[in-house]
Design a protein around this ligand. Structure first.
Ligand code: NAP
Length: 467
């Protein structure tokens, strides 16, 4: 593909319509189509003055057929069958020199398979993660691109133009071949799950343990957003908790059913972590917490049977802020460990500092910490572990006591904090040279003759269990 490719976008839902307006706003001409044709007509009206650069089509096939060559068609439809069907259709309609860009949240294994399939037909395929929700897509998202360097060169000017900027630098880059962009986006979402869960656990302690009302807690989050915890998620938490429900006049958060949804990226992160022999425990805890939350009836029955009560907690505001910072560092560290493992497994040569940089603006996990994370990856980092980088090791040393106080108070008071607790156990495990899996090895040898490695000796040894 060359810089001159004509752009098309299929799927004018929340993200597709916002991204289309962004593309038009940046001076690019755009062809659009949508499964339901009325949506396309409505979109043309919404585009207003920008519609002068817009060409609408009745269907994907009509769009592909009538676009001048070379064509680059962005898909913004749900992962799975909708993407697969659109790609199959396009494979029959496009010609060598044309490009298909899957810009939705796709499982990177599908992207790897589709890259081989589409490129086998002589077309170019790009798997592109886009983060920032509707607002980001409209005004500048963070964009993670996977594909060949040539494919990237063809879309780079447009992607750089529409992406978020941090100190004038585009928060978009080519991260590696085939599934690399979608995988980095998946892990981004995994970290997002963990951060959201840790924030909500902190809210739970302050609300039900300290007896603070949502507006008071929201004000604390608003204040924290001025310091080291500065981030989009802390900022919106402050706003959400201070919002008032129009109907009841009470806190808006109180009228919301406590049952969280998920679309799959958190789960994909975990599945891949396990495949790679890793564990991103804070992300696992966040996915589990959402699953448990969906069992509302079981929880209602559980409260009656097991008598769950939440005891009083008395901690300083600073304890919560420090605990959240420590846990957030650990969640990022676990996400980057997973990226490192995948990079090695799939030969992606991911640039971790660059990934941290393109997450600094536009995306949901943007936070002040990411600037320091990119600096840490460019500096000294023993064993490539973020928690060992001097700046982060120092921060952990000062904030871990607070995380211990929060997790301990939660345990004693009966407040569930799965993500905070698992983050603490992770760092405690890696802060100790000798653990307790000597006993696991002994047990395995006892019941299964699995053998163990003797310290300073050979492997395949057996214990004296049957002497
Ligand atoms: N929402 C977010 O914050 C966000 C953020 C980052 C990434 N994403 C990803 O972006 C992609 C789009 O999400 P969205 O939030 O924009 O979804 P959405 O608002 O639900 O829109 C879905 C779009 O896909 C079309 N579509 C649905 N099923 C289809 C099918 N079987 N065949 C063809 N078209 C179909 C819909 O067309 P109709 O009008 O005909 O229904 C609509 O245009 C997803 O992969 C999502 O995970 C979303």
């Amino acid at each position: 593909m060359t810089d001159m490719a004509h752009l098309g976008l299929y799927g004018l839902g929340t993200m597709g319509s916002a991204l289309s307006l962004n593309i038009l706003d940046n001076g690019f001409a755009l062809h659009v189509a949508n499964r339901t044709a009325e949506v396309t007509a409505d979109f043309a009206k919404e585009a207003g003055a920008l519609a002068t650069r817009l060409t609408t089509h009745a269907s994907l096939a009509d769009m592909a057929k009538s676009m001048p060559r070379p064509r680059a068609i962005i898909l913004m439809v749900p992962a799975g069958r909708p993407v697969e069907e659109a790609i199959d259709d396009l494979c029959d309609l496009l010609e060598p020199g044309d490009t298909i860009i899957d810009a939705g949240n796709t499982d990177f294994h599908d992207t790897r398979r589709r890259t081989a399939k589409v490129e086998g037909r002589g077309l170019t395929f790009i798997g592109m993660g886009v983060s920032g929700g509707e607002e980001g897509a409209r005004n500048g998202p963070s964009i993670m691109v996977g594909g060949t360097p040539e494919a990237w060169a063809g879309i780079r000017p447009m992607i750089h133009a529409i992406s978020a900027k941090f100190n004038g630098e585009p928060c978009a880059d080519h991260l590696g071949p085939d599934g690399a962009g979608h995988f980095v986006k998946t892990v981004h979402n995994g970290i997002e799950y963990a951060d959201m869960q840790m924030i909500s656990e902190t809210y739970g302690m302050m609300r039900y343990g300290q007896g603070m009302d949502p507006a008071m807690i929201g004000a604390r989050f608003e204040a924290w957003d001025q310091g080291v915890l500065k981030s989009y998620l802390v900022e919106i938490t402050g706003k959400v908790l201070q919002a008032v429900d129009r109907e009841t006049g009470g806190p808006a958060v109180d009228v919301i059913l406590d049952r969280a949804g998920q679309k799959g990226t958190g789960r994909w992160t975990l599945i891949e972590a396990l495949r790679l022999g890793q564990s991103a425990s804070s992300i696992e805890a966040a996915v589990a917490a959402r699953s448990w939350s969906s069992e509302k009836d079981t929880r209602v029955a559980g409260e009656a049977i097991l008598g769950g009560t939440r005891g009083a907690v008395s901690l300083d505001d600073q304890d919560y802020a420090d605990a959240l910072l420590a846990a957030r560092i650990i969640a990022y560290a676990q996400g980057f460990r997973l990226l490192a493992a995948a990079s090695e497994e799939y030969n992606w040569s991911l640039d971790f500092a660059r990934i941290a940089e393109i997450w600094r603006a536009g995306c949901i996990i943007r936070s002040a910490l990411l600037d320091d994370i990119s600096a840490a990856f460019r500096g000294e980092m023993p064993l490539g572990q973020l928690i060992f980088a001097p700046a982060f090791a120092d921060r952990l040393k000062t904030t871990l006591p607070a995380l211990r106080r929060v997790v301990a108070a939660a345990a004693l008071g009966g407040h569930p904090v799965p993500a905070l607790a698992s983050a603490l156990s992770f760092v405690d495990t890696f802060a100790m040279a000798r653990g307790t899996t000597d006993l696991i090895q002994a047990q395995r040898d006892f019941f299964g003759m699995h053998g163990f490695e003797r310290i300073g000796g050979a492997s395949g040894q057996h214990g004296p269990w049957w002497d």
